[in-house]
Design a protein around this ligand. Sequence first.
Ligand code: SF4
Length: 945
Amino acid sequence: MDVRGIVADDVDVRTVSTSYGETELAEVPMRLETADAERPDGRVADGGLETERLADGHERTTVTLWNKWTESAQLLEPGMELLVTDAETKEYQGEKQYSTTGESYVVVEPSFLVNVTAIRNWVECPRLYYLNKLSGVPLNYPVVKGTIVHEVFGDLLRGRELEESIDARVEERGLQLGLLGETPEAVAEDVRENATAIEGWLEQGRLTEGDGSTEAAESTEQTFSPAESSWRSEQLLISETFGIRGRADAIRRGAPVELKTGKNLRKEPRFKDKVQAACYALLLEEHGDEVDTGTLLYTKNSALDRNEETGDLTPAKDFSMGAGLLKFVVRLRNEIAAMEVNGDVPTGYEGDAKCEYCFEQDTCMVVSGRLAQESKAGQIGRPLPDEELEYFERLYRAIEAERRAVHREYAKLWRQDAQERADDDRALIDLEFVEKRPLEEGRWELRARRTAGGTSKLREGDLVLASDGHPVRGDAELAMIERIDEEVVVTADEPVEVTRLDVYPSELTTDRLLVALHDCLLKGDGRRKDVLFGREEPAFSLPEETFIDNNAAQNEAVRKAVGAEDFALIHGPPGTGKTYTIARAIRAMVDRGERVLLSAFTNRAVDNALEAVLEGIGDSLDDDRIVRVGSESGVREDMQPYRLERAGDPEDRLAELENARVVAATTATCGSREMKEQAFDVALVDEAAQLTEPGTFAAANLAERFVLVGDHEQLPPVVRSEGGTQHGLENTSDDEPRAADLTESLFERLVERFPEAGVMLDCQYRMNQRIQYFASQEFYDGELRPAEPAVAGRTLDDLEGVTRDALPEQLRDPVAFVDVEGDGSRYTDDVEAARIAELIETYADAGLAYDDIGVIAPFRAQVSTISKHVPDAVAVDTVDRFQGSSQELIIVSFTATGQLEGPIFEDYRRINVALTRPKRALVLVGDSRALESDPVYARMLEWAQ
Ligand code: SF4
């Protein structure tokens, strides 16, 4: 039986005498989960025995961990989650207690999914694991070559021809190879040498299995029947028991095969490689395979000259997978999970590695020295100033809290059932599998039909887990959504018969935030940090030139952007022409011979800004000096001609990127290995108020100076660890550390600290004056005004075929309030939805086209409800989706009866976004009693009525 629960108190570890001699045990006081959970393997998670029942409904008991598991027990702290598999029960003074058996595994914080590669790093040295997290994997040849060799291996397993695969895979890495100064021929040759071992090994398997050749069979120790010899290429595996995830390079006869692009002349695989293979064994066992061997394939072995090297030249080394190794691996994994949950930093003393043999010794010493950390390797250099150390600590903790929030999302993959996930908009379920089609590059196109309607937050370009029914317990693979409407089309490495798609949050964003923070503080320019930390004031050399002659604030903004020596801030409230200002500033910079990075949080904003730059750049620059870096699905159709292809001839690809005077990419892409090799005179970042500080650094780190454009009175950075911000449907527990340090953007901090470095664009070109009034008073100190009389006076009458006289009196004013008592539900309101549907018909009868109408609701559930009531052409969405866009008529659904509940209403910036979307008419629909309960909403009501 499995025992799962929360550590309730301090753990007692001691040595006792038994009939086998002295042995260690740990007694762990635990609160058990009360529900008996049916598990995929038929085991039952027991929590409902006759133990002491606590006031909170949990059972309290003691779990005894024996022998080596006491090492994991020592990691435990009250509040941590613990799982003990195959525990036995015993009666002690009338109370039921549990203890480990010879079959048991003890898993600390099982919901935290530790990567297999992390465990491998950890076994080398725990500090190495930390360093890797902090500085990321740089672009270097061994890493790129290793990736290509792995890809070729996968291709060969899928039946692709060797030379075709090598050519294609080398070509795909054109840009990276160009940046590394490698030629395709040399790389192909290098890969070919490694691939020989792979081919030989595969051939061996095939001959033995296929034609019964005695010679071949004798040449190998492995004798297996054809059925047993089946292999699969890599696949994402997640273990909900052991809290491990990873992709084995291959699985043969149900056992893991790991490819290493190095040599190993010993008979045995290297220990760290065995550990890696053992992790995959655990993953496979959870999926029902019995695993007792692993294979390591050292591709360099076959390329060695037998005369020069002595030792075991066989590339493939098998080893048997004992229970001792598997348990050791789980204990290692427990160390990582405990450290991650506690936010500790390893020193290197936890392991036995010798620093003098470590490739990362220099980095290790520099990081320890600069961050004032204890390290086995020692320290080099002076520590950062106190304020920088304090900042690093704070941000590190916040980013790690974010990582844990991502892991809580992962845990929901198995903790929530399919319907719950669908209701929470985390999954599309009950799809009908249609077909799978092999693609040229060895991938698969998978198609499925939706059997139920409804909206989904899944979009084209999103990465999801495509499964044949369950994302963890079934066959599942990471897939990219290519198309999503009635039919869903995804592409994946493996041909999963997809019937379900699950949201799979990426940890990559978190990884890149940490690297950007590290790069800013440890590699960053001294002057930059002096200004960021308030030790110096930002400097300007303002040009005398007039850039925009009909808008003083815009002109001033361009002057500041061009003349900033450190940074400039452009505050752009809704509709104030900030995209135009960006385009004008970039043109001025390009005219001065500068190389500009144009960045933003979302692909949409990057494409919008780039479009304006293209319009405004005129003859200053040839088209081929402007490059958009991004994935095919991320970049808008009309910007595709500017998209930098990564595949192709290395020299051509490199020239294309390096010749570009304007490079446009999201901040996430700025953290990519390719972009990190680039240098710019200036980074101009749009939507900067929606970026976390480290997120902004990802772009700013690449340039000498930076310009941030945004509006901190609109939506702040989306931070998972605060919960509730995306759907309003989830709440995090109180004891969860909040990532408050990430919710304030660098833009906001700098605007407040250095107001003179910023300019607010004060003329808006969007809204009728009556609509604009409330936002201007409430959020912009009354400074926002219409740019011209035509804007101030715009109404629906200006639109062809629309007459306000056809509307009821109440709706003729550009701002109206419709009082609806509501149905009292929390996240939906049918009464409001029905009233909104009527309003839409009223406006349509007055001549307004459906596609000129937008409806904003606070919760996705209400978006769904309203969508069912109104024509498809009406755009219905949350505030988050509407930010950055505008519409002739906006109807806002408040979905609150009696009182305003939840964080969604607490952040007034959301209502600012909603109220500043319309151009000519705004209708607020809600319960006046609820709105009056809050002073800001009460003022809004007064204005609207
Ligand atoms: S230098 Fe020493 S402490 Fe640092 S990562 Fe290498 S082995 Fe670990």
